[in-house]
Structures are given as C-alpha cells and as structure tokens.
Design a protein around this ligand. Structure first.
Ligand code: NAD
Length: 454
C-alpha cells in the first residue's frame, strides 16, 4: 500500500495513529483474492464453516481488551461500552454459527422432486459507519461467512483501526482471502459498490449514501442490504409513570452519545405529564459524567468527529432561535476533544431541524401532544421508519398505539433492544432487507432451485 491516513482520537482532537489507505489497485487485488478463496470456502461442509467462524470468535475474544482500547481511542465511547460492543458482535456471530441453511422440499412424488436451496451470493462488500465499527462489521461478517461467502470490509475512515486489527486476527484463523479489511475514504466505498467482482453490498450508514450505493450497484445488479438512518419517535401515553420510565427513556435516547441509528430521537409526551417527564429526565442526565472514554468514571465520551460535533451544536442553536428551550445542559470538558454536554430541549416542534432530522448526538428534543391520534400522525410523518416506541403502564393500550406506528421495530417500554434472533431493519427510507436472525442470514444467499424429473 502506498499511502496512509491519520485517525483522530475524538477525546483529544489529535491523530493517534495512521493506517494504510487502500485504492483501486488494492481493491482489485482483494476482490481477486476473495473470488479465488470463495471457491474453496463455499465448497466446505457447512459445519466446517461454522467451526471456523467460532474459531474467529474465540480469537477476537482473546484480544478483547486490546480491541476495546483501540475502539475507545478511535470512536470515543467508554472502554466498558467498547467491550460490550465487541462482546455483543461476537454473540451475533455465535448465533449465526449455530444456524443451518434450510432446504425446502416443495414436492417429492413419483413425478418430480423439487428443492429450494440456499447458495452463497459470492463476494460481499461490507461498508460500515463510525458509531459502532466492530458491532456493525461483525453483524455482516458472521452471516456472510456462515452462508459461504467471502467478505471485504470497508470501515468508516473515521474509525478503521479496530476493524483493521480484526482483519489481521482473522488471517490467523481463516483461509487467505476469506475475510479482508480495506481502509479508505468514501471513494473506496464507491469503487467497492461498482466493482464487477463484488456480488453483494451490505451497508450501514446514512440514507444519502444508501441511495448512492443503490445507484452504483445497479449496473452489476448487486444484492443489497441497507441499514440506514432513523429518526425514531417515542410516544409516552398519559398513564405512564415519569419517575419509573425516566432512566430507560434517557438511555433509549442518549446511549453511545446519542449516536445510535435506532436511538430515540423525538420524544412525544402528553401536555399533562410534560414537566414531570422533563424533570425526571434531567435528574438522570445530571448524573452523567462526560469525558475521555479511557477513564473508568466516564459515562459518555465525545461526539465521534468534528463535523458531527458542529452539526449537533448548530441544530441545537437553531432550535433555540426558533423558540425551543434548552432546559438542561450538562457539564462537559471544554476540549480540545469533541465533547458535547447532554442537552435536553423542550417546546420543540417538527418545524425545527433538531426534530425533523436525526441529530445523531447527545441532544433530545421533547414535544408535547394533547390527542393521541395527533401524536401518532406526527410521529409517522417522516420518510424514515427504523424504530419507534410507546411507553405506558398498560400493555394493551400501548400495543394498540404500537400497531399504528410505521417502523421496522416498535418497542413497548424499551428502545432500542436488539437481539441476534430477532430481525432488525427499517421500513420506508430507513433501509432495505434486515440483519440478524435467520432472515438476516438468508439475505446473504440466493435461491437456487433443484428440480429432478422422475
Ligand atoms: P455515511 O453514510 O457517511 O458513511 C458510512 C460508510 O459509507 C463509510 O464507510 C463511508 O466511507 C462510506 N461511504 C460514503 N459515501 C459512499 C459512497 N458514495 N459509496 C459507498 N460508500 C460510501 O454514514 P456515517 O456518517 O458514517 O454514519 C452515520 C449514519 O449511519 C447515520 O445516518 C446513522 O443513522 C446511520 N446508521 C444506521 C444504522 C442502522 O443499522 N440502520 C446503524 C448505524 C448507523
């Protein structure tokens, strides 16, 4: 590799390392290696691939501390959360490694036997965002490999370090070319999505990039899984107990410094309960310590990158100018890192960008409603539909409202809860296809029908 680029630690605002930058030459070589390796990999018995994926899991787990520290230094999240991210990703891989690819027998009679089989798609390009670099990569690597594909991962240029280390570790466990990691910017992503030797793109990132990928993948008709942005609404019903739900609401919105695709990003509360909920949320927010994620007393790290920090600040400032009120602003170090205080905003409206767009930062706008039909209509008035939630002491009432919410997942009294055995994906412009569960695994396969005449 001829060039390299620097990676910034968001807690200091300074570069802490440099990584090799892949260009089209390296991409061509990786794609050729992945294609070659794929022939033997797809021919392995399923059980052997499962064992090799479990061996990869064991190797990564043996390097958990090292990887977690790298993740904190490039992403910003507290080390304990970084460990949690990796452990979670490994549990997803273990879950995929326990799955078989179903063979469906449509008929088997004296005339004909017909089977629907699942075959690998070929080479998968996995492109990830900067909020959960290793979790997102493992969500894609696990099912892609188990299903018999080979994989080239392209992490975000903001957070390539831990993923590159994962690629190194994989080389000691998997046959050459089965899993490769290439670091580079958006141009490398564009080249990957247009490359004729790549058969599928599994992408996690913004809606805008997802649409560009769909266009770029069209000439070669690549298979696509797109996990895009969300602007998830949560509706609190008028029977909820503010004190009882405040901590869960807080973390639903503000874990990972608010940088969660399916985080709660717009909170609708009944007028009657608004001040009690606002106060209860502020009480939780007041306990949060913001700082460098390598310090063990820190609850929330910095925003991951400087453009995002500027964006979150400007969304908040614009909302204030338009009449919203920042009623809670927590403490945060002055910098030079990209720290942003926990910020709770009331009197927000849908006309404000902080509500209309996903903030992807530690800011929660709170909106009030009088009539539940109005709240549901406002919550659904979005092109996005990743997640949504309803909060209530009465499960039956909550489910009635939940059934009217337009989202890939609707949670009741929680948000966002993800599990390896439950599909996760968005409706509307939040994505295409799902990850996790057998549904996610099947997304890394094509159907191949076998018809035997008798
Ligand atoms: P982004 O779309 O800017 O970048 C994501 C990745 O795509 C990076 O690796 C980037 O280099 C690459 N890329 C950029 N332009 C490309 C192009 N034209 N072709 C191919 N690749 C390209 O997103 P981001 O800012 O890194 O991440 C934040 C966004 O991701 C938010 O919108 C968030 O909601 C979303 N996200 C969604 C999920 C989900 O599961 N739905 C999870 C995490 C983040």
């Amino acid at each position: 590799m001829s060039t390299s680029f620097e990676v910034i630690n968001p807690a200091t605002g300074e570069p802490f390392t440099a990584v090799p930058e892949a260009g089209t030459v390296e991409l061509d070589a990786a794609a050729a290696a992945a294609t070659r390796a794929g022939r033997a990999w797809r021919a392995l018995p399923h059980a052997e691939r499962q064992q090799l994926v479990l061996a990869l899991v064991a190797t990564v787990r043996a390097h958990l501390d090292e990887l977690a520290l790298l993740l904190t230094r490039e992403q910003g999240k507290p080390v304990g959360r970084a460990r949690g991210e990796i452990e979670s990703g490994l549990r997803y891989c273990e879950s995929f490694a326990a799955m078989a690819l179903p063979v469906e027998v449509v008929r088997d009679d004296t005339d004909e036997r017909v089977e629907i089989r699942r075959v690998p798609v070929g080479v998968v390009g996995a492109i990830t965002a900067w909020n959960y670099p290793l979790l997102l990569a493992l969500w894609k690597i696990g099912p892609a490999l188990v299903a018999g594909n080979t994989v080239i991962v392209k992490p975000s240029p903001y957070t390539p370090v831990a993923t590159l280390r994962l690629g190194e570790l994989a080389r000691s466990v998997l046959p050459a070319g089965v899993l490769q990691v290439l670091a580079g910017g958006d141009d490398l992503g564009r080249a990957l999505t247009a490359h004729p030797a790549i058969n599928k793109i599994s992408f996690t990132g913004s809606e805008r990039t997802g649409k560009a990928i769909m266009a770029s993948a069209a000439p070669t008709l690549k298979r696509l899984t797109l996990e895009l942005g969300g602007n998830d609404a949560g509706i609190v019903l008028d029977d909820a107990d503010p004190a009882a739900i405040a901590a869960d609401l807080y973390w639903a919105a503000l874990s990972n410094c608010g940088q969660v695709c399916a985080g709660l990003k717009r909170l609708y509360v009944p007028e009657r309960l608004a001040s009690a909920i606002e106060e209860a949320l502020a009480a939780v927010a007041a306990t949060i310590v913001v700082g460098d994620g390598t310090r063990d007393y820190v609850d929330m790290g910095p925003v991951q990158n400087e453009p995002q920090l500027r964006r979150v600040r400007s969304l908040t400032a614009a909302a204030e100018q338009a009449g919203a009120q920042v009623y809670f602003r927590g403490e945060a170090p002055d910098g030079p890192g990209y720290f942003h205080p926990v910020t709770l905003v009331r009197n927000a409206t849908e006309e404000m960008a902080v509500v209309a767009q996903e903030q992807f930062g530690p800011v929660l706008p709170i909106l009030t409603y009088r009539d539940i039909d109005d709240a549901v209509a406002r919550a659904n008035a979005s092109d996005l539909g990743l997640g949504a939630s309803v909060w209530s002491g009465d499960e039956g009432r909550a489910v009635e409202v939940a059934e009217r919410m337009e989202a890939g997942t609707v949670w009741v009294n929680q948000h966002p809860m993800l599990s390896p055995d439950v599909p996760f994906g968005g409706v509307k412009q939040s994505g295409l296809g799902v990850e996790s569960s057998l549904h996610g695994l099947l997304g890394y396969t094509d159907i191949s029908v076998l018809r035997i005449k008798r």
